[in-house]
Ligand binder design. Sequence first.
Ligand code: HEC
Ligand code: HEC
Length: 259
Amino acid sequence: MHRRNIGSSVLLLLCLLSALRAGAVFGAGTDAPSAPPPPMSGATASPGVAGPMPSAMDERVRACTSCHGVQGQGLNNDYFPRIAGKPADYLFNQLIAFRDGGRTYPPMGYLLAFLPDDYLHKISQYFADLQPPYPNADSSPVAASVLQYGEHLVKQGDPARALPACAACHGARLTGAQPGIPGLLGLHASYIAGQMGTWRSGTRHAVEPDCMHSIAVKLTDKDITAVSSWLARQPRPADPRPAPSSAERLPLACGSQPQ
Ligand code: HEC
Ligand code: HEC
């Protein structure tokens, strides 16, 4: 499914690329210290509030929302992940990774190739501030024993293998933690399993020390199927926001969550 998405995305990209680049140039201009105040259309519209006039930023991120949903909520029954509401630093780290090679997805790599860090910070903050509804939870039948095992690994880990609980870092509500840990809810099982696979094989890298690599290499295929299936079937929590950053020590050091 992943490959088909890449293929069918090429045409779409050609149309979108120029929109985003135009936005980038526009954005860079308004950042210059001597520049006049940014001419935001519908100046009072804040991101996430559907107003009659889309803001300049709404326009610029059209190149992204065709794949990630109008508010970055993720698409139903598809691989494209939710990006809305994840911590801004986490999103920024991912955009840098797609741009500079820590993650590989060519359609995004091309889009991001020449965008400066400053603009990527703005895009990240824009999506971090949105909290749209989750896409539909996965609903294909999975054996209850698989789901139970998945829930156990997520909440307790497996001390015999020195495998920490996912919740120890991703938060008791699994909505992530500021500034660098993403929530694990609202994603499809195929996406979660895909990411664990790329970490295990070494094609996805996070800032060193890359704790997710250390975790992924300990997981069997059975573990990955179980945790992904369980996570993708959870409802949206009452409070979907990431937890504030905490002084509590993580079970492993993570470069993207400095302590
Ligand atoms: C052609 C479709 C497409 C377009 C256009 C696109 N993305 Fe993506 N994006 C994806 C896919 C697919 C992934 C997952 C890639 C992978 O396998 O790692 C992804 C991953 C991401 C992630 C990481 C998500 C996470 O939770 O780790 C972020 C952040 C992101 N995209 C932001 C953007 C932004 C910002 C734009 C616009 C500049 C954009 N994307 C444009 C398809 C797209
Ligand atoms: C020691 C802390 C820690 C533990 C334990 C942990 N994670 Fe993570 N996880 C992280 C950090 C930090 C990131 C962000 C990495 C980055 O910047 O790319 C992350 C990112 C992820 C992502 C990427 C999300 C996305 O949108 O692409 C997935 C999926 C994930 N973790 C799944 C899990 C699962 C499943 C477990 C339990 C088996 C787990 N994690 C345990 C720290 C942890």
